[in-house]
Design a protein around this ligand. Sequence first.
Ligand code: FMN
Length: 456
Amino acid sequence: MIRTWLAVATTTMPRQWIRTVPTTWAALPSLQRAPVLPTAQYKSSARPPTPAASAASRPHSTQPTSRSTMTVNDPAAFRVTQHAVPGAATDPATAAPLFHPFTIRGVEFPNRISVSPMCTYSAQNGIATDFHLVHMGQFALRGVGLSVMEAAAVVPEGRISPWDLGLWSDDHVAPLKRIADFFKVHNGPKLGIQLAHAGRKASTLAPWMVKRGEEYMAGPEVGGFVDQVVAPSPVAWSESMADPRELSVEEIQGLVQAFADAARRCDEAGLDVVEIHGAHGYLIHQFLSPVSNQRNDDYGGSLENRMRFLVEIVEAVRGVWPASKPLFLRLSCTDWVEDSTWDIAEVIEVVKRVAPLGVDVIDCSSGGNAKHQKISLAPLYQVPFADQIKQAVPDVHVVAVGLITTAEEANEVVGEGKADLVMMARPFLRDSWVQSTAHTLGTEIAYVAQYERGRL
Ligand SMILES: Cc1cc2nc3c(=O)[nH]c(=O)nc-3n(C[C@H](O)[C@H](O)[C@H](O)COP(=O)(O)O)c2cc1C
């Protein structure tokens, strides 16, 4: 039966492939070994190969090996040489702006499309699982220029839920490195992660666990830690969230160190980008906004004091994060409430302070810190924040995010110079976006070798 299947399969394959098809399953291991090329050899060109060059080297090394040397799950055990950077325009000179490459410090992004960080509630004790490899890996295969992994907590009680990613221990490094290695093997799409502390919004359930009208705090029965929730001030986000305890100055300084330790682990894992999460009502935003910060010490009151925690984190993270790698900062550019001074004017002051400390990119989001917020939701509604920051602080790069859904919208935001990169979250939960967007914009991009035949 196997032979019959192979006979049928080979009739549908290009002639040059037929000689590589095994006639018994015992032959399979020799197909699955390929030499591990140094990184430089993967990075030959941004252009897809000519058909002749491609056929000459396709698809794997047939270097002989024995069954006994085969290693399951060893990233080196199965590699296909990628001849181009997935997602890179074949001809950048004529490509739509969304597919222009972009370099920050020593990192080149093949296009301006990014996956926005998205909690997936799928980690175990903060450790990335196979879900994360497959989930993030799909973006490498699809040629997303930059994929930023979800909020990863710098301490266990900083998790939004008990199933968040974590970076508080060296045990977290190896599974993240496995994902980063997968991206590197695929030759160019970049991988980042968000460093976070949820503060008073910690210890909640995954969205699919919450029934309408019921509690969404995660109690100890599911690994929650409601009694360890901390914040700048003892002010709950709402009556259905934890009552936080006020952080001492000593604890604040411990958290600054925790952010730096987490960033060091990101470098050890081989990640390209770190994004500090200063938005959405999580701990850093809680310090920045007077809605949640009612301290009267060096960390509260004036804007200078409210931004102190963030400034110290940026300095500490930059101290360990390599100078060759970009540092992003996500900020909520307004609280969307009338009784808060935290708005674009204060945000611009903060950006002016942190950019010279080594923040390269401001990722411009909004809201999340006040239950009584009134958000004006509309397509591209946060783009003006990115545009305003870019105009006020020209040295900093900006990301636009939020209800950017179509190819034309994303291309226009970048083409008109309102943002350097666009990030999207929910569109990537619906479909893979990059190839169809390139098609819509009339730009030819490189595919991973294994997907080449998907071209129409
Ligand atoms: C499932 C899901 C999880 C999210 N998790 C995070 C997160 O971990 N960190 C973060 O900064 N934003 C998070 N967000 C917000 C997105 O990154 C993004 O800013 C927001 O969804 C708006 O973009 P969109 O309109 O393209 O979805 C999440 C959004 C979704 C839908």
